[in-house]
Design a protein around this ligand. Structure first.
Ligand code: SF4
Ligand code: SF4
Length: 146
């Protein structure tokens, strides 16, 4: 797969009012907009509001349409301001994270024998933080309702 074929990914927070919490609005994103999604976090409060953090995957145009659809159904949508950083002192450039990064934000330079980290490409999915043996990759969620 080359760079132009990479799927667009967007992380969003959703807040559902109680009357919408039981409706299959999120499942409809696949059927109506040809998107896949990964649930990064989910919670229902005692007042029965629902909170979801989702990663949407598909075309950029359809992600935009899906967000408009969610808003039409009284769901509050806000972007996830999530950031990934690398501790340059800890990183051993072992390359393990390059195998798991879905968007090639981590790339092994075989000549220099170092792993480069392209923060512009990173979608902050957090996968690399789980495989790094020295915990050099860190995730910070900087907004969201919970
Ligand atoms: S897995 Fe960790 S130590 Fe290895 S290259 Fe990636 S960030 Fe560096
Ligand atoms: S969080 Fe890590 S695995 Fe996910 S896109 Fe960014 S660099 Fe790649």
């Amino acid at each position: 797969m080359n760079d132009t074929q990479k799927a667009y990914r967007k992380n969003i927070h959703l807040t559902f009012p109680p009357q919408v919490s039981k409706e299959p609005v999120v499942c409809n994103l696949t059927r109506l907009f040809d998107l896949t999604f990964n649930i990064l976090k989910a919670q229902i409060t005692p007042r029965k509001e629902g909170y979801l953090t989702l990663e949407l995957v598909g075309s950029q145009e359809n992600c935009g349409k899906a967000i408009a659809y969610l808003k039409e159904h009284e769901i509050a949508v806000s972007p996830v301001d999530q950031r990934i950083s690398r501790d340059e002192d800890s990183c051993m450039h072992c390359g393990m994270c390059t195998a798991i990064c879905p968007v090639d934000a981590l790339h092994m330079d075989w000549v220099a024998r170092t792993v480069t980290f392209d923060t512009e490409r990173c979608t902050a999915c957090g996968l690399c933080t789980k495989v790094c043996p020295v915990r050099a990759m860190h995730v910070e969620v900087e907004n969201g309702p919970w």
